[in-house]
Write a protein that binds this ligand. Sequence first.
Ligand SMILES: Nc1ncnc2c1ncn2[C@@H]1O[C@H](COP(=O)(O)OP(=O)(O)O)[C@@H](O)[C@H]1O
Ligand SMILES: [Mg+2]
Length: 302
Amino acid sequence: MAARADRLVKRFGGFAAVDGVSFEIADGAIFGFLGANGAGKTTTIRMMCGLLAPTAGTLSVAGVDVAADPEAVRRRIGYMSQLFSLYPELPVEENLRFFGGIYGLRGAGLDARISEVLHDLDMAGLRDRPAGSLPLGFKQRLALASAALHRPEIIFLDEPTSGVDPISRMKFWRYITRLAKHEGMTVVVSTHFLHEAEYCDYILLMNAGRVVAEGTPAGLRTGIGVRIFETGPAPPGALPAVRRVACVRDAYAWGRAMRLAVDEGTDAAALGRDLRAAGVDAGGISEVPPSLEDVFIRHYKQ
Ligand SMILES: Nc1ncnc2c1ncn2[C@@H]1O[C@H](COP(=O)(O)OP(=O)(O)O)[C@@H](O)[C@H]1O
Ligand SMILES: [Mg+2]
């Protein structure tokens, strides 16, 4: 077990930023904290990294009780914070040398590891570039490389893809997967992008300091208690009418179409009849597998 939290709490004054969160993280997993801003992701990660003392609950990371020995935890992990600061005037390679040095890497081992991470992140040609002159996507890749350089048992990545372009985001996830599957690291990552949950082996969905849902991406899709249908292009103003239909639990715009969460006992034919009776002409209706967005919308509403 890479980490375990039991009824973890963090209060700032009277306010509980993390309010009784429990989880287990398997060795080698890509474990995702998912949630909107303010959900408590960063606070949880900072406690796990031994940077912030929990108010209550127990927490062990890499086999170490974090409250008892935060320093031991910090040596065994890598941490890419949301506000990661590189040395902007130093070249890419020197930034990596600096972080490698902190963790005791030197000599030929450090040289080889720097070459390896730069190659894996498609940054081999950027060694001599001042870090500050890189586009944001490459700065984030460099920050990730710095956190992974010493091959920690567990690497924590706090919203590593925020503000990053789609190509860099894809590269990022490819590298994260590589760290877990080829280098044997446990990856703990937070994101507010719901679709990024797909890259995780296990997801903890947080809201206002609590866990509102958890599971594998496949597991979360089952048992949400509704069937999901997509309509054709909908006329303006159709959504409010659709929401008044008895079997419809939820409806939202999906491009020009609508996406409907409907009682489990309702099939496409019955739904079509109900919509027509409500005066809504929404073209062809087809059932679709629930996306993680559908899952999370259901959980947030409950
Ligand atoms: N040092 C602090 N003092 C007071 N409130 C804080 C502090 N850090 C975070 N918070 C509050 O705790 C809540 C959770 O914050 P955070 O863990 O950063 O969430 P997330 O990373 O999911 O956006 C937010 O409401 C935030 O304003
Ligand atoms: Mg955060």
